[in-house]
Design a protein around this ligand. Structure first.
Ligand code: HXC
Length: 257
């Protein structure tokens, strides 16, 4: 598929997707949604890819859902189309996705970053849910995911005042996993993704599934789920290889089997 609003590249076993609507600060319109989902699904189906990175530009990861596209939508149409439900497909990706965020990650941009598995932020990153300033509220998970990441007090502050959080505050609050200099952002994210992609893919996918389960279930059920996944990994050649390599003081040669 030829993309117009994103750029895709492969770096070894890592798929890199760059949002590319610079004239609108990567505002998320329906075309970018379709293309992003297609690219994530294509990398998901590619046996040569073990992890992905989604990034934007230096100025903006994404400045939100496209306000100009949605401003005239009626309630009847929004409801009938279940407007924004399409973004949920991103969260069904089974390979890890890192969001590499520089500049603005606002509204849908912040929500897109939070749909990824973790966020690496440039020191220039600014996160916010400014929907309230437009007379609406977050519609792609902001009120739910942000609250789980940073807790009620900060999530309320962000959603009710529309203020932005800088990279240092985002790291302090648990929204992002690390902050790096802006000039190193994509390289650092690719490095982290390459590290993940070098591990056994089934164990990587199960680790992702297990952590995500923590958001959906009780501790007892989550622990049981984790243990069952853990047990199942002993059926794989890669468990034997990983542990044998440790005992033999050599690097493992994982085959994803
Ligand atoms: C459409 C957008 C846009 C957006 C920026 N642009 N954000 N277009 N949707 N979300 C466009 C501008 O209109 C402008 O186009 C160009 O990108 C450059 O933006 P400027 O405003 O000129 O840049 P700057 O002065 O540097 O300000 C950057 C900014 C500001 C602070 C990020 O653009 C901004 O406040 N954007 C909106 C942020 C926002 O409210 N996001 C939440 C969206 S709602 P032209 O053609 O004029 O050059 C959302 C909610 C989803 O995501 C759920 C709700 C139902």
């Amino acid at each position: 598929m030829a993309y117009e609003t994103i750029i895709t590249e492969t770096h070894g076993k890592v798929g890199l997707i760059t949002l590319n609507r610079p004239q609108a600060l990567n505002a998320l319109n329906s075309q970018i949604l379709t293309e992003l989902i297609a690219a994530v699904n294509a990398f998901g189906a590619d046996a040569g890819i073990g992890a992905m990175v989604i990034t934007g530009s230096e100025k903006a990861f994404a400045a939100g859902a496209d306000i100009k596209e949605m401003q005239s939508i009626s309630y009847a149409d929004a409801y009938a189309q279940d407007f924004f439900v399409g973004w949920e497909e991103l969260t069904r990706a089974r390979k890890p996705i890192i969001a590499a965020v520089a500049g603005y990650a606002l509204g849908g941009g912040c929500e897109l970053a939070m749909m990824c598995d973790f966020i690496i932020a440039a020191d220039t990153a600014k996160f916010g849910q400014p929907e309230i300033t437009l007379g609406v509220i977050p519609g792609m998970g902001g009120s739910q995911r942000l609250t789980r990441f940073v807790g009620k007090s900060k999530a309320m502050d962000m959603c009710l005042t529309g203020r932005m959080m800088d990279a240092a505050e985002a790291e302090r609050s648990g929204l992002v996993s690390r902050v790096v200099p802006a000039s190193d952002l994509v390289e650092e994210a690719l490095k982290a993704a390459a590290k993940i992609a070098a591990f056994s893919l089934p164990s990587v996918m199960m680790a992702k599934e297990a952590v995500n389960r923590a958001f959906e279930t009780t501790l007892a059920e989550g622990l049981r789920f984790e243990r069952r996944l853990f047990h199942s990994l002993f059926a794989l050649d890669d468990q034997k290889e990983g542990m044998a390599a440790f005992a033999e003081k050599r690097k493992p040669n994982f085959t994803n089997r």
